[in-house]
Design a protein around this ligand. Structure first.
Ligand code: AKG
Length: 205
C-alpha cells in the first residue's frame, strides 16, 4: 500500500523473542504498582482500552501531559524504561526519522477494544512543528488501524497491524487522524500466550 510522505509501516519488524520480552514487560507494567486504568475522557465517555502512560501522564480530562495522574489516582507516571526508549529511537531511525522518545502510551485492547479517530496533538508545539514522529509498536492480536488525513472528514485507509509491526508517522504525516476500528480476536502468535493486543506509542514531548 502506498503511504503518504512521513508514514512508514515496518511490517514484522520485531522477531518473536523480542515480542515475548516486550509482552512480559507490558504485562508487568500494566499490573504494577502504578497500574493501567480505563480513562474517562472530557465528554464523560469511557475509553475502550486499558491505558498506562510512561515518562509523562496524558490526562484524558485536560488533554495535557503532567507528571502525576490527577484525573485518576494522583500516582506519578512510571518512568519510561531505557529499553523502550532505545527501541523507539531505533525504529524511528530505521524509518529515516529522528526521535528522542521521552514518553510512551501503553494500551491494552481486549476483543472489544477500539480507539476513535483522533490526532496526536498534545505534545509540545516545538515537537509538533518539527514533525517529530510517533512510533507505534503492536503486539498480540491484529488491529484494523485507520489512517486518515489532517482533517477529520478526510478519507481513511484501513491498515492491518500485526504482532511485531511498527508504524511510524512524522513530518507531514504527524497530525494525520488515526484510530483502531477493531481487534481481530485470536490472531496473536501462540508463542506470546496473549489474549488481546498491546500497543505502545512513543513520542517526544
Ligand atoms: O493502538 C494503536 O494502534 C493506535 C494507538 C493510538 O492511536 C494512540 O495511542 O494515540
Amino acid at each position: 500500500m502506498d503511504l503518504p510522505a512521513g508514514a512508514v509501516h515496518l511490517a514484522s519488524h520485531l522477531g518473536i523473542d523480542e515480542q515475548r520480552v516486550l509482552v512480559a514487560d507490558c504485562r508487568a507494567l500494566l499490573d504494577g504498582a502504578v497500574p493501567g486504568y480505563v480513562p474517562i475522557v472530557r465528554g464523560g465517555g469511557k475509553m475502550h482500552v486499558r491505558m498506562l502512560c510512561l515518562g509523562r501522564h496524558w490526562n484524558g480530562q485536560t488533554y495535557r501531559y503532567e507528571s502525576a495522574r490527577t484525573d485518576f489516582d494522583g500516582l506519578p507516571a512510571p518512568p519510561l524504561p531505557q529499553s523502550f526508549k532505545a527501541l523507539a529511537n531505533s525504529i524511528a531511525r530505521t524509518a529515516g526519522m529522528t526521535l528522542d522518545a521521552d514518553l510512551c502510551i501503553l494500551n491494552y485492547y481486549d476483543a472489544e477494544g477500539r480507539m476513535g479517530l483522533h490526532q496526536d496533538k498534545d505534545e509540545s508545539a516545538g515537537s509538533l512543528e518539527a514533525g517529530l514522529p510517533v512510533v507505534s509498536v503492536s503486539l498480540g492480536d491484529t488491529a484494523r488501524f485507520l489512517f486518515g488525513g489532517v482533517r477529520r472528514k478526510d478519507p481513511v485507509e484501513a491498515i492491518p497491524l500485526h504482532s511485531g509491526d511498527a508504524f511510524v508517522f512524522g513530518g507531514p504525516s504527524r497530525l494525520r487522524y488515526h484510530g483502531v476500528s477493531r481487534i481481530v480476536a485470536g490472531t496473536a502468535p501462540p508463542e506470546l500466550a496473549l489474549t488481546g493486543r498491546f500497543n505502545l506509542t512513543f513520542r517526544q514531548y
